[in-house]
Design a protein around this ligand. Sequence first.
Ligand SMILES: Cc1cc2nc3c(=O)[nH]c(=O)nc-3n(C[C@H](O)[C@H](O)[C@H](O)COP(=O)(O)OP(=O)(O)OC[C@H]3O[C@@H](n4cnc5c(N)ncnc54)[C@H](O)[C@@H]3O)c2cc1C
Length: 282
Amino acid sequence: MRYCCPTSIEEAVAILNTDEDARCLAGGATLVAMLNAELLSPSTLVSLRAIADLDGIRHTDSGITIGAMTRHAVVANDQRLNNGLTVVRLAAQEIGHPAIRAVGTIGGAIAHADPSADYPTALLAANAEVEVIGSSGARTVPAGDFFQDYFTTALAHGEMITSIHLANADPGTVSSYFKVARSDGDFAITSMAFCGNFDGSTCTAARVAVGGCASTPLNVTAVDKMLIGAELGSDQVTMAAQALADACDPIDDVRGSADYRRLLVKRLLPRVLQRAIDQGSN
Ligand SMILES: Cc1cc2nc3c(=O)[nH]c(=O)nc-3n(C[C@H](O)[C@H](O)[C@H](O)COP(=O)(O)OP(=O)(O)OC[C@H]3O[C@@H](n4cnc5c(N)ncnc54)[C@H](O)[C@@H]3O)c2cc1C
């Protein structure tokens, strides 16, 4: 196996496009485990660690851009991710344990596209955009289009993720994240992310995403609409939670049954809304 360590994005893209079987190596948190288990055997590993342009969080006029190589621990501690973007910071805080958060990267996490992972759900609720680049140039993929199936993304052959862009949220937007896992540091059985607005305890805008309950994180526009005008604790929220559970397509696996996951969806919706209001008042 060849190991390359390019120092620019252009160099990395050139290697990915000359070697059919080359793979990006970010923190190695997942990829190295897969190599050890002989699940993968790429001809070339393209380490991204020496590409400075991929690392760090930048404020721009339009919002916040998180470089693909930014470690979970950095995102988890960045207080600029607040209000409508708190959801992304909270999701980073829930990933694994400190050792994983010191190694794993946001680009690697979303490229792996595990539907039970924390970032995909949070980024879908935040309506994030994934910036990717390949031999024919750069393009932007909305989070809703990026996750296509279990462990499958919209990345084409030879493309890599350069950053994740989070647009400035409307004033007053609040957000939250809630994860249920078997133990601290495990992937989610079910997770839920919310971005939206409230007038008192009445929801005036909503974007909800569910993780661990389908082949990709799930956003259901009809449910978002049902929440508008709904007061916390009302039947309208209960009906929206039922509709969200009905739209899920969970599997039975070692973490929980499909029925249990649907039950969690119904329980989590009121909690994630309450947590968003609480976040807003902090
Ligand atoms: C013990 C343990 C517990 C964990 N718990 C959780 C958890 O609770 N929640 C959670 O969400 N995750 C969890 N993870 C996964 C963790 O978030 C990893 O950070 C994540 O899977 C990606 O790791 P990485 O950034 O090191 O990428 P790597 O392992 O280096 O790469 C992962 C994949 O992404 C590809 N890739 C990497 N960067 C790019 C890029 N810029 N462009 C295109 N492709 C790229 C690689 O080719 C590879 O296919 C856990 C992992 C471990 C080992």
